[in-house]
Design a protein around this ligand. Sequence first.
Ligand code: ATP
Length: 212
Amino acid sequence: MQPIGLFGGTFDPIHYGHLRTAFELWQELRLAEVRFLPTGSPPHRSQPLASGELRLRMVQAAIADQPAFVVDDREVRRTGVSYSVDTLTELRAEFPDRSLCLLLGMDAFLGLPNWHRWRDLLRLAHIVVAHRPGWKAPTMGPLGEVMVDHGTGTIRELHENTAGRIYVHAVTQLEISSTELRQLIVAGRDPRYLVPDQVRYILRETRCYAPR
Ligand code: ATP
């Protein structure tokens, strides 16, 4: 059975950098689906500006025309801080024999040692790292060490094992970030061609990042 891709993020808001990365990884890694998991209350960073409900709505609107993309609302529904290890533990119980691939941008991967019980993530899933503009794969420190122990250069290993490998994959580099998008909207500029139109309509309707 093909692996399931798990793409977590604040998605505050979702943009074409997220969507193109998910699409290329879905195609090139031959994933059964990519499951978008908007985070509820992220532990490693400042709290999102848009509510969980609204970020979920924007993700739903962005992926509506791509049947292989699905949204999973469990972290938004959960009260308290969202830890990826808890989400992966739940998903592993739901899919005991399935390969699970946690999809991360390189910037997120470099921050992994700050995540709660981060080494346990590799018992539960593979980690697939998408190159992001300006970021280099680590060769030293704790991440350099796990790369030596768990790194693989073949997609086949992600299909033949249910968890435990780290695979780095280059994707088309779109230098878009949610932070810059929010700044652009606050400055009164149009995010056209950076986010899908369906998301743009929601941004316009709710004025969720507009100055108060
Ligand atoms: P912010 O600017 O608020 O930090 P972001 O644009 O980085 O937001 P997140 O929701 O924090 O978006 O990211 C979710 C995931 O998507 C992370 O794994 C991140 O590395 C990845 N990601 C974000 N932007 C891009 C991009 N332009 N290209 C590839 N991956 C990206």
